[in-house]
Design a protein around this ligand. Structure first.
Ligand code: PGA
Length: 242
């Protein structure tokens, strides 16, 4: 793993946006794997800025999001579909048919998951996948489990995840209990992974990811087996802040 420790969140966003921009400029028809949550927000803001100043063109790129809450429609303000439109898609020129997010309201979760993996592999796999990391070591919504779940699947969200995401919902009860998440296989098939982490809440998970056993109880540990992972963390996440 290539690990970059930067001074603060702003530097994390600039460095991450640099890496993503390099790919889009060198391969305009690239497949981007996108994450939601609070960490990517500044990165998306930076990408929008670069699109608006003419240095980035998303017209040929495709995107595949990591996950979506099960039961939330695209119009629900807490859905990741809504998040992506608000924070990125409404401000760039990636055509709608090129953007992919699992549907949280498909009639069959099982076929939605199967088709999602198929779409990713038919597109030729992801060129670059942005990953956050949960305090419990989850990637996407691959939660701590007895075994790595290779396929895209419907998952019951972990208590830690629901607590962490409670900030987006009016009450704890309103947080969906399940989500569809890209499975470990599509994640590991990405040619390059950019894992971003900010804040001291991530220090323990990051350390276990890099130095612990490869174990499904800490899903991010599987990334030890990937040959092209770049971690961009701020000093707080690295555990270096005073
Ligand atoms: P965060 O979420 O960016 O909101 O910290 C990361 C994650 O849970 O994957």
């Amino acid at each position: 793993m290539n690990i970059y420790t930067v001074q603060n969140y702003e530097a994390l966003c600039t460095k991450s946006a640099d890496l993503i921009s390099e790919l889009i400029q060198s391969k305009p028809n690239c497949n981007l794997g996108l994450a939601t949550g609070s960490t990517p927000l500044g990165i998306y803001e930076e990408l929008v800025k670069r699109y608006k100043n003419g240095s980035l063109d998303f017209s040929k790129a495709k995107s595949f999001n990591l996950d979506e809450y099960w039961g939330l429609s695209q119009e629900h303000p807490c859905s990741y579909s809504y998040y992506m439109r608000q924070n990125l898609f409404d401000h760039i020129n990636m055509p709608e048919p090129q953007r992919n997010i699992p549907s949280g309201t498909a009639s069959s979760a099982q076929s939605e998951c199967f088709l999602y993996d198929q779409k990713i592999s038919e597109a030729g796999h992801l060129d670059l996948l942005i990953l956050g990391i949960g305090r419990n070591g989850h990637i996407g919504f691959n939660e701590p489990a007895q075994a790595f779940n290779m396929e895209t699947h419907l998952v019951e969200l972990d208590t830690v995840t629901r607590q962490d995401n409670a900030r987006y919902f009016k009450t704890y009860e309103k947080i969906p209990s399940h989500a569809i998440t890209m499975g470990i296989q599509s994640i590991m098939n990405a040619k390059q992974i950019l894992l971003i982490a900010s804040g001291s809440g991530k220090t323990e998970a990051l350390s276990k990811m890099r130095n612990g056993q490869i174990d499904p109880s800490l899903p991010a540990s599987i990334l030890q087996l990937h040959e092209n992972v770049t971690v961009i963390q701020d000093v707080d996440a690295a555990g270096l802040s005073i």
